[in-house]
Design a protein around this ligand. Structure first.
Ligand SMILES: [Cu+2]
Length: 182
């Protein structure tokens, strides 16, 4: 997952470098210019901005044969000064689309709809991930296959409707798919 943030880290590094560059150039004799010609990764195609929200890296998992549900995972950052809420969504890939949370009761992990919506506080990042919050495709119309993109429209209280594509990784991968070959 951290790979996806490499461009951001690189950018931050570049900003710092530009501040210290004159001193650095004197010390080493190297031109600071080379930092600016460094090839940057393009901005991740799987980042969507909507109002104060930034949605990053939506992904899902291939569903085993016969499964009726699939999970969706995504990172949501609120750069605004007021909270927003993920209250639901729609998709053509399933009969229903719900926002779920996992909880452990007596050692058994269960999931249930998040009542009242999932709050993303100002300045906060909420990560929907396996074992935690997630969106749930209920009664899927066809199995999710690795490499598919499952389109859905998330509904936020303030940011409104946001279209995202959940990229499907392997069944047992346990992490976001590496986006090779883009
Ligand atoms: Cu669920």
């Amino acid at each position: 997952m951290s790979i996806r943030f490499a461009p951001v880290v690189a950018l931050a590094g570049l900003a710092v470098l530009s501040v210290v560059a004159p001193a650095l150039a004197q010390d080493t004799g190297h031109s600071p210019q080379h930092a600016q010609t460094m090839k940057m990764e393009p901005a991740a195609a799987d980042t969507v901005k909507a109002g104060d929200l930034t949605l990053t890296a939506p992904w899902s998992r291939a569903t085993p044969g016969g499964a009726k549900v699939g999970g969706g995972f995504i990172r949501i950052t609120n750069t605004g000064s007021t909270p927003d809420k993920l209250i639901g969504g729609t998709t053509d890939a399933a009969a229903r689309f719900e926002v779920h949370e996992m909880s452990v009761t007596d050692g058994i992990m269960k999931m249930r709809p998040v009542s009242g919506g999932l709050v993303i506080g100002p300045g906060e990042t909420v990560e929907l991930k396996p074992g935690g919050y997630h969106v749930m495709f209920m009664d899927i119309k066809a199995p999710f296959k690795q490499g598919d993109e499952i389109r859905a429209t998330l509904q936020f209280e303030k940011a409104g409707k946001v279209d995202v594509g959940f990229r499907v990784g392997g069944i047992a991968g346990g992490g976001a798919p590496q986006h090779k070959g883009h």
